[in-house]
Write a new protein. Structure first.
Length: 317
């Protein structure tokens, strides 16, 4: 990737206010372990965007690829300095929303709980099991404004289908429709846990999809997750354990394919973005009466729920 130009940190805020409905896809990419940059972006710009929810993992890099706008953030920060438990998931999603992102694609390293999901394969997830320990902030709401979003189907089928097709064209071996179990980490699972997750019907295991997917839904951002299998979890061989050296080696091999997938996604995604039901999920999720919304809560939610709070102007119908 060419060195991005640095940009005024307030430019993204201004862009947010103009986002409206251009009818174009603007894909936010959250790069996990093994994907620390998105590849070649035209007119790449690095922007440090502040969040009302604390410090994000780092600046975003925004530009165009295949004619589509992409905005990228490295989940674990520069040099992989943040463990899964220390990522500020709220700030990362809030920052992407402030940049005008319409949809979020997470690309993450994962372990396999199934023989047929081999290291090097790509997995497009459609269901999630949350086994994180509760130390992560799981909601933007609850401090003055309460909301309960539906999450029965936590990923966007449209974006997932686009991503799966793009991974196919990039040359990956792709599995569709898997269940991902999110554990707290940073330690890997015990053998008993790994066997239990298989009994539950999980296909892959990771440490970052939750609460990320929950927060994307609250921010009215369709979310998809492509996992890059790095290893078999410890269920497979008695006496064997997860090998970090193997994981790092497979991550490096997967990275070029992941970047090729993003390029294919940009080239093949439709020129016009039809509305998604997720775009307006807060219409029926907020239960706090409007005349009881505190000003400080509305200010904090100026990006996540700005469509309703109207903190920067009149609420949108």
């Amino acid at each position: 990737m060419r060195a991005p130009r640095r940009r005024d940190p307030h430019a993204a805020e201004i862009g947010l206010r103009r986002v409206a409905s251009t009818g174009e896809f603007h894909i936010g990419v959250i790069g996990g372990s093994g994907l620390y940059d998105p590849g070649a972006l035209d007119d790449a710009q690095e922007i440090a965007v502040s969040s009302a929810f604390g410090e994000a993992s780092g600046p975003v890099v925004t530009g165009r690829m295949g004619g589509r706008r992409f905005t990228f953030i490295a989940r674990h920060g520069q040099g992989h300095r943040l463990s899964p438990s220390h990522v500020n998931y709220r700030a990362n999603i809030d920052v992407l929303k402030r940049c005008g992102v319409t949809d979020v694609l997470a690309v993450s390293a994962i372990g396999s709980l199934r023989e047929e999901y081999a290291p090097g394969d790509f997995v497009v997830v459609d269901q999630l099991i949350d086994r994180t320990a509760g130390v992560r902030e799981r909601s933007f709401f609850g401090e003055g404004i309460v909301a309960h979003v539906p999450l029965a189907d936590p990923v966007c089928p449209r974006l997932s289908a686009f991503a799966a097709a793009a991974a196919d064209r990039a040359g990956a071996r792709v599995h569709r429709g898997a269940t991902y179990v999110a554990i707290e980490g940073p330690q890997f699972s015990t053998r008993a846990e790994s066997l239990l997750y298989r009994e539950w019907g999980a296909h892959v295991i990771g440490m970052t999809a939750m609460p990320e997917a929950r927060l994307a839904r609250e921010a009215e951002l369709p979310y998809a997750l492509v996992g890059m299998v790095t290893d078999y979890d410890c269920w497979r061989d008695a006496g064997a354990d997860v090998d970090v050296a193997q994981i790092l080696q497979t991550m490096a091999a997967n990275a070029d394919t992941a970047r090729a997938m993003l390029a294919e996604l940009g080239a093949a995604s439709p020129a016009h973005r039809d509305a998604s039901p997720i775009d307006r999920v807060l219409d029926t999720a907020i239960v706090t009466a409007r005349d009881h919304w505190p000003v400080d809560a509305m200010a904090r939610l100026d990006a996540v729920a700005g469509r309703l709070t109207g903190f920067f102007g009149q609420p949108q119908e």
